[in-house]
Design a protein around this ligand. Sequence first.
Ligand code: HEM
Length: 351
Amino acid sequence: MSPEPQNVLDYRGDNTIFLVWNFKKEQNVEAVFQRICALVINLNNSGDTRFPDSGATCVMGIGYDAWRRLGLPAPLPKELENFAPIIGDKHTAVSTRGDLHFHIKGSSSSICYDMAATLSQILDPVAVSVEEVHGFRYWDGRSILGFVDGTENPKGDKRAYFGLVGDNDPAYKGGSYLFVQKYVHDLKAFKALSLEDQEKVFGRSRDNDVEMPDDLKPSNSHIALTNVGDDLKIIRDNLPFGNMSTNEMGTYFIAYASTFSTVKKMLDNMFIGSPRGNYDRLLDFSTPKTGTLFFVPSSSFLKNVASGTPAPESVLSAPDAGGGAREAGSRPSSGSGSLLIGSLKKEAGYE
Ligand code: HEM
């Protein structure tokens, strides 16, 4: 049976809370992580039962350092690593630390708030909340810059193909690479451009959201540089945010992908340029303040951790799981194949 994915393929909710938490030093984090896995499953089941039409979901991603600290299975997902900054001649995609990422969404902001509050209660003793962004659907799905964001996203069955790990990494089938960046826009400078020049930044018309013909689309426009071929797509779930008092208006860029290398190719084109120097004009109005890669394991994986039962057969049969050379810092699995995380599921009252 194929592992059941977390809810990475559905379409964007009207309200979203993005959260990044980092574990504190010298804390026993395994037990809390086990409770969080149980809680994430509980929150999704409960959201679905209580508010079936609200699309209320919570997806958890795990960073590379956290994966190793928690002693989760090795070998790791093939492309999971700490994101290395991409330094272009003019703009840099920074790298920032992130242990756990939560993507909470739903049409009701009450349920999003409650999910975030419940997670925080459990994480608070052992971790620090380092990022919280409340995203909202802006009119007909526009970024805060005024252009519709998401039009060329894969649709239907293609979402699973481009969004989930497949047979190329069987131990992690049904998982997904999650890459996030919090961008702040220079709205004043962007709005000072004529409409024609704004449209050249994206390569699309603003009002009716139509792509420019190839002979008119600038080579440094956003879509010219991020369209890296029909075989290389990602699932974007970006939402805008805005705060008048801090004058911080931006886009929380969030992508799920079957391979991180596809996202990396797009980032290289944007920041370094294609060819080098022909960087994305959008970056002249958008500065990334964060940049972190996570892995979103399948829901089946979370259930195994939550119940303390052995990891799925495929994970245990991976060459390194039974006592071979391990990467420094990772913990060995027990002889029984459990993740060495004692069962707190019943104790925590999630069952
Ligand atoms: C400053 C943050 C960003 C904003 C405001 C933004 C906005 C947009 C908009 C308005 C479009 C055109 C409509 C659509 O198809 O969605 C678009 C397309 C796209 N963006 Fe972004 N984007 C941002 C960052 C990124 C990043 C960091 C990546 C990749 C790492 C990316 C990948 C793409 C892709 C793949 C497309 C579709 C290209 C095509 O095939 O036509 N975007 N984006």
